[in-house]
Each structure stands twice: as structure tokens, then as C-alpha cells.
Design a protein around this ligand. Structure first.
Ligand SMILES: [Fe+2]
Length: 295
């Protein structure tokens, strides 16, 4: 069985001093492809470009250790009345374009669901992420992947809305019309090798999505060993959140199983929605993510 369980939100027992420090990215015991030690910046940028969120929130100005009102400990000569330099302005994340018509996935996913999901739900995550970052220090200068890597379980505003922004950005991409409707090439071979077969993948992925209690996501990921595995996360958690989830990986496919993703058309029949989603997966897009993950 290849399904990995998520980490309980209230399990704070594994938090470390480094985790509390917020910006230390070298303490992870569960390195994944977006960690700096295993994925060079160019590959990380390529992955974010493919998800459509490259550039959003990336602060190019240098990180200032001292924020407003904090003591300047570097100079040692600060006198009363000195005003520390202001921090660089934090670029705000923005809602990415859907890239296709709301009715493009119908009848699998109906137009009203797509319009509300993208324009209301995803937009809400973006808005609340910007608000959370404005009042949560420690994420300055990080792109969205870096934010997810460093967010702690108790930083709920950044955790929920940062995950929400990343997860939905990928979700729209992996359903974009026009791609192959089945895996091929290296990705198909990897599915056969690591998950048994394409049919076995579908069965495991369906099970992970169907059995997720309450709201959450199911994922196809590339692990540290470059092997594929399937996992599920609660709420808006994400496989990149190494301080939150039990096993990290680079997500290359995700399905949203919050009721807002399907209730208008499928009501309580989550399984029917999952099967419909399977029909609209853009496997060319998933293959792009896979290629970046294993390159
Ligand atoms: Fe959603």
C-alpha cells in the first residue's frame, strides 16, 4: 500500500528549536525535491513556473534581520533616536488566471463550480495568505514553496492559506484541457515500477481521495528517492510542509476533495467526482512536473 498518512495538526511534539526559528531550512529529516540541499534554485524555479505561481510573492530585495521597532544588534552603535531601515516591501500574491473557460471541463466539472471555486475560494486563500504574511514574521523573501517548507503547525493563517494557494494553483494546471488523457513515456514507466500499474495507481489514488475524512487532498508525489508514492493531506496541508506532514515529497498531481470542489454537481457522491476528475487529468502537465522532479 503506497498511501501515506498526514501528520496530526495538534502533534507539536516534533517541533524543534530550528523549526521555531522559522527560516532554518536545513533541519528537515524529510528532505524533498524543493529543499535547497536536493533541488537547486533553477529546478525549483522551473517547478514554480510550471505551476503558474512563479514570481508571486517572491521578494527580490535582501532580507533585513531587523524589522521596525527591533534593536539593531549588528552595528552596536545605535543611539537613542536612530531609526532602523524599513523592511523591504512584501510583494503580494495574486490569483493566477484559470487559463481556460469555466465550462471547459464540463460535464466532468461544471462551469458554476469552476467559477466559484476559482473566483471565490482560491481568491479567498490568496487574500487571506497576504493578510497572514503581513502579521507573521519569518517568511520574508521566500517564494510559495519556501513558505510551505518553513511553516509550522501552529502558524495556521500561513499554513491554511499558503497551502490553499499552492494546492489550487496546481489543481487548475493538472486539469487544463488539451493534454494526454493517460500517462506515457517515463512517467508511465515510473507508475508501473513504483505503483504496480496504471490501474493500481488509479485504485490507490481513488482510495486516498475517497477515504480522506472531511476536507483535504490526495496527491501523487515524487519522494526523496525519486520514487512515486500516493498520500493524502487534511484541510489545505501539502506534501511540501515538512514540519506538518509525516512524509514530504514533490507533488505532481493533486485532487481537491473539499465539498466545494464537487457538491453542486455531485452532492455527497465524492467517488463519482473522483472518477470524473480522473477523466480530465492533463497527463502531459503531470509529466512535466515529474520530469522536473527527477531531473
Ligand atoms: Fe478547493
Amino acid at each position: 500500500m503506497h498511501v501515506q498518512k498526514d501528520r496530526n495538526q495538534t502533534d507539536a511534539g516534533r517541533r524543534t528549536p530550528d523549526a521555531d526559528a522559522g527560516l532554518n531550512r536545513t533541519n528537515s529529516l524529510h528532505s524533498c525535491y524543493l529543499h535547497t540541499k536536493t533541488l537547486e534554485p533553477m529546478r525549483k524555479r522551473e517547478f514554480l513556473r510550471l505551476t503558474g505561481i512563479m514570481g508571486a510573492g517572491v521578494v527580490v530585495a535582501p532580507f533585513f534581520a531587523c524589522g521596525p521597532g527591533e534593536p539593531n544588534t549588528e552595528g552596536g552603535n545605535a543611539s537613542e533616536g536612530d531609526v532602523p531601515p524599513p523592511p523591504p516591501p512584501m510583494k503580494e500574491f495574486t490569483l493566477p488566471e484559470l487559463g481556460y473557460a469555466f465550462d471547459a471541463l464540463a460535464p466532468s466539472i461544471d462551469a458554476m463550480t469552476m467559477e466559484i471555486h476559482h473566483g471565490k475560494h482560491h481568491a479567498g486563500y490568496v487574500r487571506k495568505l497576504n493578510a497572514a504574511l503581513a502579521e507573521t514574521p519569518g517568511f520574508e523573501g521566500l517564494d510559495i514553496a519556501g513558505i510551505l517548507e518553513n511553516v509550522s503547525p501552529d502558524q495556521s493563517g500561513v499554513r491554511n492559506n499558503g497551502g490553499g494557494h499552492f494546492n489550487h494553483s496546481m489543481f487548475w494546471k493538472v486539469m487544463e484541457p488539451g493534454g494526454a488523457n493517460a500517462p506515457s513515456g517515463d512517467l508511465a514507466a515510473a507508475i508501473d515500477r513504483d505503483l504496480g500499474s496504471y490501474d493500481a495507481f488509479k485504485e490507490s489514488f481513488f482510495s486516498a481521495a475517497k477515504s480522506r475524512f472531511g476536507s483535504g487532498w490526495a496527491w501523487l508525489c515524487v519522494g526523496e528517492n525519486k520514487k512515486l508514492f500516493i498520500m493524502s493531506t487534511a484541510n489545505q496541508d501539502n506534501p511540501l510542509m515538512n514540519k506538518v506532514v509525516e512524509q514530504t515529497g514533490m507533488p505532481i498531481l493533486g485532487i481537491d476533495v473539499w465539498e466545494h470542489a464537487y457538491y453542486l454537481n455531485y452532492q455527497n457522491m465524492r467517488g463519482d467526482y473522483i472518477n470524473a476528475f480522473m477523466e480530465v487529468i492533463n497527463w502531459d502537465r503531470v509529466a512535466e512536473y515529474y520530469a522536473v522532479a527527477v531531473s
